[in-house]
Design a protein around this ligand. Structure first.
Ligand code: UDP
Length: 329
């Protein structure tokens, strides 16, 4: 049995769907802060918080949990700068509470959602696993702290974890039944799509004075189903005795904010109304990853290497579900 924390959230739900497709038995723990009941692909679900050790102990007592896929976290760079306490509490303290119960029940495998933000301002691109980690914002710092905890817990308790460092998770399952639905939405692609659908008057580009060809920030967008695929490979690796490890997840191609706006315009067939605003605190100019390590070691290969295909799946989801899961109104 696999426990998926945050399994009703954006990336977690896509992972749950792929796990179930592979015939895995899945249990979800989600506090519904960002999750949606409609996103669980029919998996058995416990509603509660990872910090609540009464509920995590109950789950471990009632089910034979072999591994935990830990998605439940806060993920907004800008907010983490304004409210670091919220990020260290959610992403570090609550993860420690979860891992404490894993230790109690002798659960020895975890897959952890880490991030490009652990690297900070790149010294070189594409960023590989040898790149120094020097986070620029509390979000990245909170995830890096857990990476350190993973190493120490392996040495002391034999709990083996794999961290997948997502660059920019995006897109939606092509079948169109699950997708990205955050309230409030802070991520670029869904925000642009909301403008294309007339749900926003305009969007703001956060800064056009970066040291990049068009002055806007460059990011490496990776499809959420490719991330799910990487989780399945990481799970297989842990089952085969793989030690604690860290993998960068990107497509080795960067797109500026303006290029993403243009791509959405082409796919949606509408003009996007945008304005240039000030920089967002905590944003590095350029983040591009290489996934060579996971390709070589775990046999990963992206199904959605082209950003336009990824945006098309996001557009498909948002067009079909203009108000997301319609459970927050
Ligand atoms: N961005 C923007 N306007 C928005 C939202 C995001 O210009 O309304 C930019 C943001 O500054 C970053 C890029 O788009 O350079 C991707 O941001 P997102 O929040 O989607 O992901 P992050 O890079 O923070 O993980």
């Amino acid at each position: 049995m696999i426990l998926v924390t945050g399994g009703l959230g954006y990336i977690g739900s896509h992972c749950v769907k792929q796990l179930k497709k592979q015939g895995e038995e899945v249990i979800i723990l989600d506090n519904l802060e960002f999750g949606h009941l409609g996103a669980g692909s029919g998996a058995k679900t416990y509603i509660g918080d990872i910090r609540d050790t009464d509920i995590t102990r109950k789950i471990f007592k009632e089910n034979d949990i072999e591994a935990v896929l830990h998605f439940a976290a806060y993920t907004s760079v800008g907010e983490s700068v304004q409210n670091p306490q919220r990020y260290y509490k959610q992403n570090v303290a609550k993860t420690i509470a979860l891992m404490e119960v894993m230790n109690e029940f002798d659960c020895k495998m975890m897959i952890f959602s880490s991030t490009a933000a652990t690297f900070g301002e790149p010294k070189f691109v594409p960023i590989d696993e040898s790149h120094p980690q020097n986070p620029k914002n509390p979000y990245g710092a909170s995830k890096l702290m857990v990476e350190r905890i993973m190493k120490d817990y392996e040495s002391a308790y034999g709990l083996k974890s794999i961290a997948l460092r997502y660059f920019n998770a995006s897109g939606a399952d092509p079948e169109g039944d699950i997708g990205e639905d955050h309230t409030p939405e802070t991520h670029l692609i869904p925000i642009i799509i909301q403008q294309a659908l007339g749900q926003r008057d305009k969007i703001t580009v956060f800064g056009d004075d970066y040291d990049t060809p068009d002055g806007t920030c460059i990011r490496d967008y990776i499809h959420v189903n490719d991330l799910a695929k990487a989780h399945l490979l990481a799970l297989k690796a842990l089952r085969n005795g793989h030690a604690t490890d860290f993998y960068n997840m990107g497509n080795q191609t960067g797109f500026s904010v303006l290029e993403i706006i243009k791509a959405v315009e082409e796919i949606a067939g509408v003009k996007i109304n945008y304005e240039i605003g000030p920089r967002r605190a905590g944003d590095p100019a350029k983040l591009i990853a290489t996934s060579d390590k996971i390709e070589k070691e775990l046999g990963y290969k992206a199904d959605f290497p082209k950003v336009t295909d990824t945006i098309a799946t996001a557009w498909n989801w948002h067009k079909k579900h203009p108000h997301g899961y319609e459970d927050k109104y």
